[in-house]
Design a protein around this ligand. Structure first.
Ligand SMILES: Cc1cc2nc3c(=O)[nH]c(=O)nc-3n(C[C@H](O)[C@H](O)[C@H](O)COP(=O)(O)O)c2cc1C
Length: 177
């Protein structure tokens, strides 16, 4: 089904609910042009520096980290309630050695505004241009977060992505469950 432009904050509550439950799908291209997708459970949609933005956290060990470093952009894709297995797979298998779009029967569509693939099967998609990134600094982090999230180091890089496009299918909320 066709996706139409929406305000980035439309469906906000539902999108955050899915982020914190099964997760969202972060799309990017590698330097060879292969589309990759990984599950994220941490992130924030809001307004920063007067622009709509997605803030996402990606550990350097992820193949996605390398992809975003190369391309400077990413997509955030909101899966339907029927895509639990897709989220579990994309959150455990690496695109370094696997084509996850093929493995999960997903269709990669070229972004309309940025060099990042969107997931055709997701009823809401955001296209984001990185406007800032920085690394989690252990010395600046509360102790309980440090010990809970960073036992092995691998400190996230935090990407601030300006939302250049947000699109949704007309029946998105019904399909999201
Ligand atoms: C529900 C869920 C949420 C996740 N959230 C994040 C996240 O916010 N940041 C991150 O770096 N990894 C996160 N992961 C782990 C990555 O999705 C996982 O390591 C993935 O295989 C990386 O793929 P890649 O190597 O193709 O980038 C999450 C995994 C799951 C299952």
């Amino acid at each position: 089904m066709a996706k139409e432009r929406i305000d980035p904050t439309e469906h906000y509550a539902k999108v955050v609910e899915i982020l914190t439950q099964q997760g969202l799908l972060l799309g990017s291209y590698d330097s060879a042009g292969k589309a990759n997708v990984m599950t994220i459970g941490w992130g924030a949609l809001g307004r920063i520096w007067s622009v709509p933005a997605w803030v996402v956290l990606v550990r350097p060990s992820r193949y996605t980290w390398r992809c975003i470093e190369h391309s400077g952009c990413f997509s955030v894709n909101v899966p339907t309630s029927g895509m639990h297995l897709v989220c579990a797979t994309c959150g455990s298998v690496s695109g370094r050695d696997t084509d996850k779009f093929a493995l999960c029967n997903l269709t990669a569509e070229r972004g309309q505004m940025v060099l990042a693939p969107t997931v055709a099967q997701c009823p809401i998609v955001y296209e984001c241009q990185v406007v800032h990134s920085n690394d989690v600094l252990p010395e600046k982090l509360a102790g309980e977060i440090l010990s809970g999230a960073y036992m092995d180091g691998d400190y996230h890089r935090i990407y601030f992505g300006k939302v250049l496009s947000a699109r949704a299918e007309a029946d998105a909320l019904t399909r999201l469950g």
